[in-house]
Design a protein around this ligand. Structure first.
Ligand code: ATP
Length: 611
């Protein structure tokens, strides 16, 4: 009798025969009932452990020793046994002292052959049971821990290439077990339990997040210890102040397919898709930690406290006094303090290498909060987390910014949001389910990223000519030209002559880096002329969309513009425009006369329809 008060772990108390009885019941029951039987067994284990814990609080109550026997093919902690049916048959013939040509020896050696093995043919463990049941009636009451110990020994002997040692271990085990126990032992050794219930079902009956955790960790021990409590969620356990975690990710979505790809929902939240580096910021009692998405620690760069690094001294002043500690998820962006805007990734400035006093400084743009004042918030819907995030710090432009989001309820609004983002020099948008909880490392739980490139097969590239310029909108380089009106050429009526008329076709701003934009701006600057209300410049025709400045075609530059498709539009004289246009290249190597013509464009449009 085991003394509950001194046992080190539950597996020292639970008889192996109990587990075998349970396995018999599970495998022989109706398919529909198996889930309930398993659940009851696990519940019983939990309740029994809780009782024992009252007597022996220090006991290890992990389900792991049992779990690794139930799903042996998932147990990566123990090495291979190097045992197959043939070897087991030889050992049984020897320890049972069977004559080589006896019926039972033949059953074991030809276990797949129904004429030799009878009804149990095909399943080696069943054949063993058939051979043993009349020979063995007792057992030595091995505990789960004893069996695990012997299995460890077998794996170790196999690793050290000691076949005789394996034989000895097996012989000891088999002599101590009943026929039924040996049947299950054999299944464990062959790593095929034939329980009639899948490994994933066993894991998910133990805990709803067990499959997810096993998938990322491949560690049954971790699954059993982390998810011991059925009522806690994995995403709550994984997030802990000062410990890095793998952030939640977004799945790609084609803007054309939003109706199909996004589950029906009252509304979604649209956020800018920040084009920087993902960072998680841990803050508590004046201290900071910064981790990248892959878990690299950049605290030395950004600062461990208010007097160190190139960011913490500024952030520390912005947290509200009520914030004792928090974890923020966000993007580290590179802010150009001279231009007062973000520098895109295309500029190839590493936001992790910025020096104090530089034109560029790091700016943390928060979009989520996962912990506040010791309370983990991951299980709260995004909508509530965002409400909390808005009350945690006072944003400062270019240093510590909050994500501005809007609600969308249909595809049209999502298209407009993407359009605005592209026009605003952003690479795309993030669409988030406001009711989604935060699941670390998950990519399929309610976050979607949309970029024009995700619209497959429909990208087109055209060479168009700049005919007009727009000054930057609010806050952005108010005096600089940031967007262009571009045109297609109307071919000259005399073949071989230069085109004489240009028809407005679209407006574009993003795609190139600020440096490229400034360079382009410098080339065009001497030629810009102010647009006078009601007066159309010579050789240019526009309709509703009118720029602030115009340029004579012969002084202008060709842009290679990339877009998802061409769509009808009455804002431009061509009657069509490009959807989600971006500057692919400034083609100052091409003369202005090489601009795509209107008939050429319609030819491309016609041929792309057939695709
Ligand atoms: P992924 O990160 O999805 O594997 P990726 O590394 O190629 O793909 P992108 O597809 O360009 O990156 O964009 C995904 C990344 O967008 C996220 O990892 C995150 O760093 C970033 N991101 C930008 N803005 C947001 C936002 N508002 N919410 C969540 N993530 C955002």
């Amino acid at each position: 009798m085991v003394d509950y008060s001194t046992a080190a772990c539950m597996s020292d108390i639970i008889p192996f025969s109990d587990l075998c009885r349970f396995c018999d019941k599970l495998s022989s029951s109706e398919w529909k009932k198996r889930g309930d039987i398993l659940l009851r067994y696990i519940q019983y284990y939990r309740e029994f452990s809780a009782k024992v814990k009252k007597i022996n609080p220090g006991i290890n109550d992990s389900f792991y020793p049992v779990m690794r026997l139930l799903v042996p093919s998932l147990d990566r902690e123990r090495g291979p046994y190097g045992i197959k049916e043939v070897k087991l048959a030889q050992i049984y013939v020897r320890i049972l002292c069977l004559a080589k040509d006896s019926r039972d020896a033949s059953k074991l050696q030809h276990f797949r052959n129904p004429s030799k093995a009878g009804k149990a043919a095909g399943d080696f463990a069943d054949v063993i049971y058939d051979v043993l049941k009349s020979r063995i009636s007792s057992n030595e009451n091995l505990k789960i821990s004893d069996v695990n110990q012997h299995l460890d020994n077998i794996a170790n002997k196999n690793a050290s290439n000691d076949p005789r040692g394996i034989d000895d271990e097996l012989t000891i085990l088999m002599r101590k077990m009943s026929a039924s126990e040996q049947k299950w032992l054999v299944r464990m050794l062959l790593k095929d339990m034939k329980l009639g219930i899948g490994n994933n079902k066993i894991l998910s009956t133990f805990h709803r997040d067990a499959v997810d955790l096993y998938d990322v960790s491949n560690c049954l021990k971790k699954v059993c210890s982390t998810l011991k409590d059925r009522n806690t969620h994995l995403h709550e356990i994984e997030v802990c102040l000062w410990d890095k975690f793998r952030p939640m990710l977004a799945q790609r979505c084609d803007v054309q397919n939003v109706d199909k790809d996004l589950p029906r929902q009252e509304y979604y939240l649209v956020e800018p898709k920040w084009d920087g580096e993902r960072f998680q910021l841990h803050y508590g009692d004046g201290k900071f930690k910064y981790y990248t998405r892959k878990g690299f620690d950049y605290t030395n760069t950004y600062g461990e406290n208010a007097s160190q690094g190139n960011l913490s001294p500024y952030l520390s002043k912005q947290f509200l006094p009520s914030v004792k500690n928090c974890i923020l998820d966000g993007e580290m962006m590179c802010w150009n303090s001279k231009m007062k805007n973000f520098t895109t990734k295309g500029a190839e400035i590493d936001v992790k290498m910025l020096k104090v006093g530089n034109v560029h400084n790091p700016c943390f743009c928060a979009f989520d909060i996962l912990l506040l004042n010791d309370q983990v918030l991951t299980n709260m819907p995004l909508h509530d987390r965002v409400g909390i995030l808005n009350r945690v710090f006072t944003p400062v432009e270019g240093i510590f910014m909050n994500t501005v989001r809007s609600k969308v309820t249909n595809k049209g609004e999502i298209l407009s949001a993407l359009n605005r983002a592209i026009d605003n020099f952003e690479e795309g948008i993030m669409i988030k389910n406001p009711f989604s909880v935060y699941k670390p490392n998950s990519r399929k739980d309610g976050w979607y990223k949309i970029k024009p490139e995700y619209t497959e097969g429909s990208m087109i590239e055209l060479d168009v000519l700049i005919i007009g310029g727009y000054y930057g909108g609010e806050g952005r380089w108010r005096t600089a030209v940031t967007h262009f009106l571009y045109a297609l050429a109307a071919p000259s009526s005399i073949p071989g002559e230069n085109p004489t008329e240009f028809h407005s076709f679209g407006r574009v701003g993003s795609g190139c880096t600020q440096e490229e934009l400034s360079e382009l701006g410098a080339k065009l600057a001497p030629h810009w002329r102010r647009v006078k209300t009601g007066i159309m410049p010579p050789n240019i025709i526009w309709t509703k969309e009118i720029p602030d400045l115009w340029i004579e075609p012969k002084n202008s530059i060709i842009l290679q513009v990339k877009a998802t498709e061409a769509v009808p539009s009455d804002s431009f004289h061509v009657g069509h425009t490009l959807r989600f246009p971006r500057i692919q290249k400034v083609r100052d190597d091409k003369p202005w006369t090489d601009c795509l013509t209107v008939p050429e464009f319609f030819k491309i449009l016609e041929s792309s329809k057939g695709k």
